[in-house]
Ligand binder design. Structure first.
Ligand SMILES: C[S@@+](CC[C@H](N)C(=O)[O-])C[C@H]1O[C@@H](n2cnc3c(N)ncnc32)[C@H](O)[C@@H]1O
Length: 431
């Protein structure tokens, strides 16, 4: 018996060793995949920057490296190297002709993700090379005896990047239609009967087409508000933002677009005008709530300004509150890297002190340019994260606003938006 049990033990430990080896190998495969995808990501960024995907997309048939390089106005040797990374990264396809020549093509079903001006996912890869420019400085910051942060100006390229991706992704017509179509039964909830009943995809659109009132809280440079106003001329849109500077940009853009149905004003979303109670049929807030200290106050204000049955769309990072719940979640790894490589070093500045916070688009809060809107005095400090914030503060997760929304009297539904790594909390004000 003793012999048997030692044999069993032996077998057991062999199994365990085998399992350990499998797990080690699986992890090594995983690491190899991470490294490989990182390289592919950077190579896609290069292709996007040089418009190489557009060149490939314009061909009706597969082409040689020489033709592709000539058409793109690039050196053949470099294009050959680029095409190799694109083929091994499963982005570009390769065939051989009867002469044994290697030819390349971009399948049509990949064109919209790589070449179009709207929803072009290739543009998202550009964030990586931009981080790389400040990477050595961030490494120094992490060390105990290193500087606290990196001068905000060093991140200027990110502002340009966001402005472009914002228009291309978050505020493209295609994306807007997609997110509006995530709102089920918006028409009936808002009591607007004359719509295309039965065509669920068109419900939100129909409501806006028929005409309602919309408020974009924390509208930034006004892309979404202007887009909604342009797409739905019968709807009246109001964009508010705490930053006067940003509001001025939004107004100029609306004037250029000759949009009569949109207005912008500077206001603090945590204390909106008294007479706005039950004014708006639809309120939207994108990429704002994690900047705000007093989320309770802001979300209660949204509830107050909505009509009974009105709908609120809250967009923010698709990240859970508990770190363990974010294990393996792509949106979380992108956001945490963003915090590490940009948020923390930029908010801590380069002066060796805890610096001011900032808007992610390099808005007023950079370098403490507090908005000149009557909120800038100490006693009237806006309820926005103005102090140098910690990683925890900006990564709170969507559970917190969701719980607040329930508490203030909303019914909640949550949808993921894979492309933008956001979640869309659809909150309906109870009647
Ligand atoms: C990252 S930007 C997002 C802008 C826009 N919603 C978009 O998606 O492009 C955050 C915006 O929230 C605004 N903001 C921050 N706190 C605010 C507050 N308390 N009231 C109103 N706007 C606020 C900032 O000024 C900034 O324009």
């Amino acid at each position: 018996m003793a012999g048997m049990s030692s044999k069993k033990r032996c077998k057991g430990s062999l199994d365990t060793q085998e399992q350990d080896r499998d797990a080690t190998e699986d992890f090594r495969d995983y690491m190899a995949d991470v490294v490989s995808k990182g390289h592919t990501c950077l190579s896609i960024a290069l292709g996007h920057e040089l418009r190489l995907f557009d060149v490939l997309g314009d061909f009706d048939e597969s082409k040689s490296c020489r033709v592709i390089a000539e058409t793109a106005g690039c050196k053949e040797g470099y294009i050959k190297a680029w095409l190799r990374t694109m083929v091994s990264g499963k982005i570009v396809e390769v065939v051989e002709n009867e002469k044994g020549e290697t030819l390349f093509f971009l399948p049509k079903d990949r064109l919209s993700s790589l070449t179009s001006t709207e929803n072009n996912l290739a543009c998202l890869t550009r964030q990586v090379p931009i981080y790389s420019t400040v990477y050595p400085d961030v490494v120094r910051c992490v060390k105990k005896d290193g500087p606290n942060g990196v001068d905000y100006e060093r991140f200027a390229a990110l502002d340009v990047y966001w402005e472009e991706t914002n228009k291309m992704m978050h505020n493209s017509r295609k994306h807007l239609s997609f997110i509006l179509n995530q709102i089920p039964g918006l028409i009936t909830q808002l009591g607007n009967g004359s719509c295309m009943v039965g065509i669920r995809e068109n419900l939100a659109k129909s409501l806006l087409e028929n005409g309602t009132t919309v408020c974009d809280v924390g509208c930034g440079p006004g892309h979404r508000a202007n887009l909604i106003a342009g797409m739905f001329p019968n709807t009246k849109v109001t964009g508010i933002d705490i930053s006067e500077e940003t509001v001025a940009i939004a107004k100029t853009k609306a004037d250029e677009l000759m949009l009569p149905n949109v207005t912008f004003m500077s206001a603090d979303g945590t204390s909106l005008p008294e007479n706005w109670a039950e004014t708006f049929g639809y309120v939207t807030m994108s990429d704002v709530i994690h900047h705000v200290k007093n989320q309770e106050k802001m979300l209660a204000e949204v509830h107050r300004i909505l009509t009974p049955g009105g709908v609120f769309s809250l967009f923010d990072f698709d990240v859970h509150e508990r770190l363990a719940d974010n294990y393996g979640k792509p949106s979380a790894s992108v956001m945490y890297a963003f915090n590490l490589l940009y948020d923390l070093p930029a908010s801590l500045g380069d002066d060796g002190e805890s610096g001011e916070g900032h808007g992610h688009h390099g808005e007023v809060f950079a370098h403490g340019h507090a908005p000149d809107d009557g909120h800038s005095g100490d006693d009237k400090k806006p309820e926005t994260v103005l102090e140098g914030h910690s990683l925890e503060e900006v990564c709170e997760g969507f559970e917190k606003p969701m719980n607040i929304l329930r508490k203030v009297g909303f019914e909640i539904e949550i949808k993921q938006i894979a492309e933008t790594l956001e979640c869309h909390i659809i909150a309906t004000k109870k009647k």
